[in-house]
Design a protein around this ligand. Structure first.
Ligand SMILES: Cc1cc2nc3c(=O)[nH]c(=O)nc-3n(C[C@H](O)[C@H](O)[C@H](O)COP(=O)(O)O)c2cc1C
Length: 177
């Protein structure tokens, strides 16, 4: 596990620092940053779990690492830790994916009974409708304020053709190439 080096704050800098940025301001600003949409799934403890996620990104090619962050308010971090991994399912712009993106962001929804899925080679759930699925072993986790940052080592990849879903200013749309 790598060491986390906190960035030290210089008193002179903090004396002239602007007022703290609010959660609403940050959310609005981040809304201008177009992302894809994924559903991160895990086999969990006794049943599969998954949620819609747009904090996904690549980290390293060698070793092959990706990251995403989980809101600690969901109280789901232990599911991922105990399962030892997850699958990042990159969602397409078609209606089946659109329905899954909404289903996997809705609280109390019976998410997996509405999804076409199978157990991947790593034992983590893979969504059949995804345009790419990256099965990962949990490689590290880092604190990230009110989120935890999970880093996965990619063990297996499957892809299929399709246009990706896009998320911009709180709206789902399709990225057209
Ligand atoms: C487009 C989109 C992106 C999201 N990205 C994230 C994310 O990166 N991390 C996260 O913790 N929640 C994210 N969420 C919220 C979760 O999907 C949602 O809160 C979660 O499904 C709640 O699950 P629970 O009812 O099991 O707690 C996102 C939601 C949407 C619609």
């Amino acid at each position: 596990m790598e060491t986390i080096v906190p960035v030290s704050t210089n008193e002179e800098d903090t004396a002239t620092a602007p007022a703290p940025v609010s959660a609403t301001e940050l959310r609005d600003a981040m809304g201008h940053f177009l992302t894809g949409v994924t559903i991160v799934t895990t086999r969990g403890i006794d049943q599969p779990y998954g949620l819609t996620v747009n904090s996904f990104n690549s980290v390293s090619l060698d070793p092959p690492l990706v990251l995403w962050s989980l809101d600690l308010g969901h109280d789901r971090a232990d599911l991922f830790r105990k399962a030892g991994g997850f699958t990042v399912n990159v969602m397409g712009a078609d209606s089946a994916c659109d329905e899954l993106i909404r289903l996997f962001s809705k609280s109390d929804a019976d998410r997996f009974s509405g999804a076409n899925w199978l157990s991947g080679v790593s034992g983590q759930p893979v969504l059949a409708d995804a345009i790419a699925s990256l099965e990962c072993r949990l490689w590290a986790e880092y604190p990230g304020g009110d989120h935890v940052i999970f880093i996965g080592e990619v063990l297996n990849i499957s892809t299929r053709d399709g246009r990706p879903a896009a998320y911009f200013k709180g709206q789902l749309s399709a990225f057209s190439s």
